[in-house]
Design a protein around this ligand. Sequence first.
Ligand code: HEC
Length: 458
Amino acid sequence: MRRSAKITAPLLAALGAAFSAVAAEKPVSWFHDITPVFRRSCNGCHNPNKLKGEVDTSTYAGFLKAGKHGPSFVAGDPAKSLVLEEVAGKEPSMPKEGDPLSPAEVALVERWIREGAKDDTPADAYSTKLKEPPTYLSPPVTTAVAFSADGRWLAVAGYHEVFLLDAGDLALKARLVGESPRIEALAFTADSRRLAVAGGAPARFGEIEVWDPATAQQERSFKVGSDSLFGVSWSPDGSKLAFGGADKTVRVLSSTDGKELMKFDNHSDWVFRTTWLDDGQRLLSGSRDRAMKLINTANGQFIDDVNKLLEPVVSMARHPKQEWAAYGGAEGGVRAYKMQENQDRTSGNNDVNLVREFERQPGPVQALAYSPDGLLLAAGSVGGEVRVYKTDDGKRAATCGGHGGAVFALAFSPDGKRLVTAGFDGLVRVFDPADGKVRAVLDPVPPEAMRKPVASAN
Ligand code: HEC
């Protein structure tokens, strides 16, 4: 009977009583009255990424779509509206967890439906476009840094923007303000003429932005799916962009028109990293599901897992000279692999492609980078330390400390003489990878973007 969407007479009477209190007021607004209630009590389970009962309460368009047992509401007819049956009554079945809606809130929903269930969502309600560049109270957590191969630029991820620095004197050259509040990954093309930015707004949209660093202009923006994108990488010729997502997919887009050339959904968890093989056709993806998967991008076919599945893969670095990739794991592991099929995997418990296993790090390894000559591998962990290893014997060459919290991003300068680190404290540090000594500490946020903390009232 629960699914019949018939509301009993006593229930309607109770709703009516609550309703009379607000009857004289202006019509109930979906956007101003209902969405705040749903955001608090419903959207956690009913959004485009978590469609419990196939219901999305997070937007009008989503709520309009029928759930598993039909439409959630019938405009003008509360008695036929399933949502009221779910939220009203003594022991409402929704929200499934947490406090029930108050009688006044239930009455609002009832009245909104009776008044025609109109959509008054403003056109720009879900836009994340900024009218002004962002301002900060403290440096933003830095999730990504990248040098251009020509040694001209250092890109540093901020909030809603990328700080473009002169790689030489570290002076701020431009603020690349885009639509994505969260920036998750940065990558320059091999010719240093384009910068790709991956990110998005969690549970809203994913976005890839393509910038021209020389003019500081955004050339393209591709909206993809409804959640953040990670681990963007350019194909060797710069014609394609690969990335992973919170939606567990790996995708490849044409970098000029954004056309989706491949969508791969063999991963069973978030995909954090991608990197290309030299042929520009095969791609390696790294996921929280513990696998690094080799993919043929020409037809979207899964080739093989290159690694034994030991721990979630949270960072990855491509060896500059060999077809190897190292990953950093959620349990502190750092392992380098050949990017090839794993033929003996089934015969015995072999990890046949493993080239080297490095010292275990004191926390999840969120950042990993090879030096340009391939002789060093740097690992940054949530523990706040960056350790630099020699790739030939795996011995530690240097330790870079002093970070105020987790390290999320690492990059070697193209000449290999500097190692840039960043993370939780939002500061950019420059180390000498030979001895681990810090050479510079920089706050990338320009003074005019820093807000003064608001003084207490009166
Ligand atoms: C903790 C998770 C959770 C929360 C919070 C939650 N729901 Fe649900 N909802 C579910 C699940 C799971 C189902 C699937 C049916 C079931 O198991 O009862 C569901 C089903 C529904 C359905 C029926 C869909 C159908 O067609 O079968 C409606 C309508 C609904 N929820 C509305 C709401 C509203 C409105 C709220 C907030 C007041 C809410 N839910 C809060 C988990 C939740």
